[in-house]
Design a protein around this ligand. Structure first.
Ligand SMILES: [Zn+2]
Length: 454
């Protein structure tokens, strides 16, 4: 394995608290910040952990969404967390895990934050080269008595939610009929099954997202042979909901599987895609396009918190992961309005989490991304001076024009991830450990410390 220097975690002192309070005193939220930071640098255990992953949400994606939706001088909810650092995201090479693969995908990066171990691209919580299962923070939280939840706007079997609750050698092995690349994991071969089957078998208390097509597939081995994954879930005590209204009326007391679309959930906003010179726009985005029968990410987050909170009342708390998945997917597609709409929807979910944490300050809230992505804010293009890529000019909340560029692949191709470090921000117990430059695998240890597992 590529050797990682073990991070020394903060031994928090009064001096550090004072320094941090002074450093941030000039912030516009100065009234709240010192108190919030004092609480955050005071180590200790967290009752609850809420982890927000903006898929592909690098600094550019945050800045583009901020400029467009609240203006350059405005601040998103995710900008208000008191402690901020950056983390490195590189993966390992499958054929030579001693070497880094500088551009990660969501599977390898997710394995990093979920297990504390780096792996190669495409792997779901298994080791590079040797295919050994790596224990996840959700599995550890469950063992320690925490209620658990996993929420995404992608398919629930997509890489980010998958890394918490399954172990396969390839991210494509999402349903029992999708196992071409993971023959050894098939239930009929004595394995643990596809990502969908393993998710159910992990007894996660609240599962909300898209990807019903994976759970409608027929299981090919073991106790539930011939049944669909949904039928197996029901047999194992899950209530199933498939619309926003059903989600709203779901009650605590049983495990909940919410599948709100066949594939990825619908997008929030729309607009013209980026195109080569002269680019599209100037345009304003179309908002509120999500169909009413699908819940927003904020709706799913609020409901998941409410159910987990009620189920854990008076006992050990909960661990919840919330992914804004289509920031990444619409960045691949080179569509700035769709990308911004997903980032704003993710920010609304963060806002819901922060409102809960305000009433429950013993909650560790972490907001981060899994990897960087394509989009860049560039100068206004001219005929003789412009990017070879695709771009679109948007009219922002400032009433100014902002040009967004996509140029990590040829026009019309899927734009690529980038290998940059990304932001990690936090508040609550153990949050001070995100400050500085850390590695993605350190997030696993920060959460493990917060739940008393390290
Ligand atoms: Zn991606």
């Amino acid at each position: 394995m590529f050797s990682l220097k073990q991070r020394t975690f903060f031994a928090i002192t009064t001096v550090a608290a004072i320094v941090l309070a002074v450093v941030t005193a000039s912030n516009s939220n100065a009234d709240d910040y010192p108190r919030s930071i004092r609480r955050s640098v005071f180590g200790g255990r967290a009752k609850n952990v809420i982890l927000f992953i903006g898929d592909g949400m690098g600094d550019s994606e945050i800045t583009i969404a901020r400029n467009y939706s609240v203006g350059a001088a405005g601040r998103l909810a995710l900008d208000t967390l008191p402690l901020t650092g950056a983390y490195t995201t590189y993966a390992l090479q499958e054929s030579n895990p001693k070497l880094p693969d500088y551009v990660t995908d969501s599977a390898a990066s997710g394995t990093g934050w979920a297990t504390g171990n780096k792996t190669s691209n495409g792997r779901i919580s298994t080791t590079a080269g040797t295919d050994q299962d790596l224990k996840t923070i959700l599995e550890i939280a469950k063992e320690k008595g925490f209620r658990t939840g996993n929420v995404s706007t992608a398919e629930l079997t997509d890489a980010t939610p998958a890394v918490l609750m399954s172990h396969v050698n390839d991210r494509s092995c999402q349903g029992p009929q999708d196992m071409a690349k993971c023959p050894q994991d098939k239930k009929s071969a004595g394995g643990s099954g596809s990502i969908a089957e393993q998710s159910i078998d992990h007894n996660v208390d609240v599962l909300l997202g898209g990807g019903k097509q994976r759970f409608d597939q027929i299981i090919d081995g073991g106790q539930f042979t011939g049944k669909t994954v949904i039928q197996a879930a029901q047999a194992q005590g899950y209530d199933i909901v498939t619309s926003a209204a059903q989600l709203q009326s779901a009650q605590p007391g049983t495990k909940l599987l919410g599948l709100f679309s066949s594939g990825n959930m619908s997008l929030e906003w729309g607009g013209e895609p980026a195109i080569p010179y002269p680019g599209s726009g100037p345009q304003r985005c179309q908002e509120n396009l999500r169909p009413a029968d699908q819940p927003s990410l904020a709706d799913m987050t609020t409901k998941a918190i409410s159910l987990l909170e009620q189920q854990s009342r008076g006992r050990t708390g909960f661990f919840l992961q919330v992914e804004g998945a289509s920031i990444d997917k619409r960045d691949h597609a080179g569509n700035p309005c769709e990308q911004i709409g997903e980032t704003v929807a993710f920010d609304q979910a963060v806002k819901a989490g922060l409102e809960y944490a305000k009433q429950h300050p013993d909650t560790l809230v972490v907001v981060t991304a899994d990897h960087g992505h394509t989009s860049q804010i560039i100068p206004q293009p001219t005929e003789t001076d412009h990017s070879p890529g695709e771009f679109s000019t948007l009219i922002t909340a400032d009433d100014a024009e902002m040009t967004v560029n996509y140029a990590t692949n040829l026009p019309t191709r899927s734009q690529e991830h980038t290998g940059t470090q990304v932001r990690i921000a936090a508040q609550g117990p153990q949050a001070a450990n995100v400050v500085g430059v850390i590695d993605q695998t350190d997030l696993f240890h920060i959460i493990a410390r917060a739940i008393g597992a390290e």
